[in-house]
Design a protein around this ligand. Sequence first.
Ligand SMILES: Cc1cc2nc3c(=O)[nH]c(=O)nc-3n(C[C@H](O)[C@H](O)[C@H](O)COP(=O)(O)OP(=O)(O)OC[C@H]3O[C@@H](n4cnc5c(N)ncnc54)[C@H](O)[C@@H]3O)c2cc1C
Length: 414
Amino acid sequence: MKYIVIGNGIAGIQAAETIRKMDSEGSITVIGDETYSPYCRPMISLVLEGVLSPEKLAIRGEDFYEKLHIEPVLGNRVTHIDVADRQVIIDETSKGGRKTSFSFDKLLIASGADARPIKADGLNLKNIFYMRGQEHVLKMLEALTTAKSALVLGGGLVGFKAAYGLMKRGLEVTILIKSGYPLSMQADEPAGDLILKELVKHGLKVFVGAEVSSFEGDRQVTGAHLTDNSFIKCDMVVIGKGVLPSLSFVPRDQIKVDLGIMVDEHLETSSSEIYAAGDVAEYVDIARKTRWVNAIWPEAVNQGRLAGMNMAGRPVSLKGSLSRNVIRIFDVDVMTCGLVNPPADSDHQVISQINPRKSLYRKLVFKNDILVGMVMVNQIDQGGLFAALIQSEIPVRIPKESMLSSSFNYKQLI
Ligand SMILES: Cc1cc2nc3c(=O)[nH]c(=O)nc-3n(C[C@H](O)[C@H](O)[C@H](O)COP(=O)(O)OP(=O)(O)OC[C@H]3O[C@@H](n4cnc5c(N)ncnc54)[C@H](O)[C@@H]3O)c2cc1C
């Protein structure tokens, strides 16, 4: 059996490891464009913050591929998949390179996501960074040796982690948020505001509602002109405006794509024996009951493992995907899971309590009697229990308000 895995992120690595555990004979090739040993992508923000050295990012040893008899083809980006001929192609002829083909019996697409690009003049100036991989953060560290001020674009998870890391490095940081409140994809407005207040308390400057139209600088960026005609001086820029599934090489006429690659419960795409997992894959969201791309680490781990099992011949089903996040910013802990901004209809019931003075907030979202979402700011101890309830879809039959109490205990559910 010939297995090919596109992508050497966590979904691809988990799949390759799982396949090897179940099939000691088959040939496994992992094609990935990053050349580092497998590493923990979310922790690159800790490297930026200065609390983790880049060497500590690795989650597998340098001998990972050799030990598992996996052929690594690294430093290369797949350009095409020939579904009919069962070939994966790296075509570098337009860059003066070679065209190489790899045949497969079973293929996993685990190419993750790319940082969402922005359009602005002067994007090629020095010290303007996207924040997606180890390479990006290593370049940022070089910039930190001289930079005194930074502009962060985007109020999502990556933008916030970047702003936090740069503030911890002592830079003067301005964040530019297009939508009304930060972390709008992960949290809701009250939680976003509590986080923002915490950052502002520590010196973060916030601009809401405008975007960058152009960057200024000679060779290196010195500032940004905004669409509202204002100008922000800065020595470096970090762009954290979300991600898009990385699937430009996927033939959409043969493999069904929505926002991500559409998979069934076995992580198989619309084309048989071709699977997808992780940030590139789209499956049904447990809380939303609709197709969704949940681009988070635990999903990529689980989906990679399940895809590997299915590819190696043991049918296992993914119940559904679920968004969940835990974020710590200065002294504020935030935990979110599932549907946090439900539609205003009679099926959904929202209960919440907030204490802005103590930065405490708790919100639970029910659909009929089933917990489908939660947001917690500080006192997040019961978050694991709530996440398990969302995942298991067990109806809650007790008075729901009792679950807002910080002393709530799982025994009350029985
Ligand atoms: C700064 C940052 C902070 C984050 N924080 C959190 C967090 O707190 N919690 C959380 O749950 N998640 C977090 N995430 C998201 C998490 O890192 C991802 O969900 C996870 O890494 C997805 O794994 P993956 O294997 O699907 O994709 P990836 O990790 O993106 O790996 C895909 C690999 O495939 C390669 N590739 C892409 N296209 C091709 C191609 N055509 N040919 C060959 N190789 C290709 C890519 O270069 C990459 O190496 C964070 C991400 C970032 C960037």
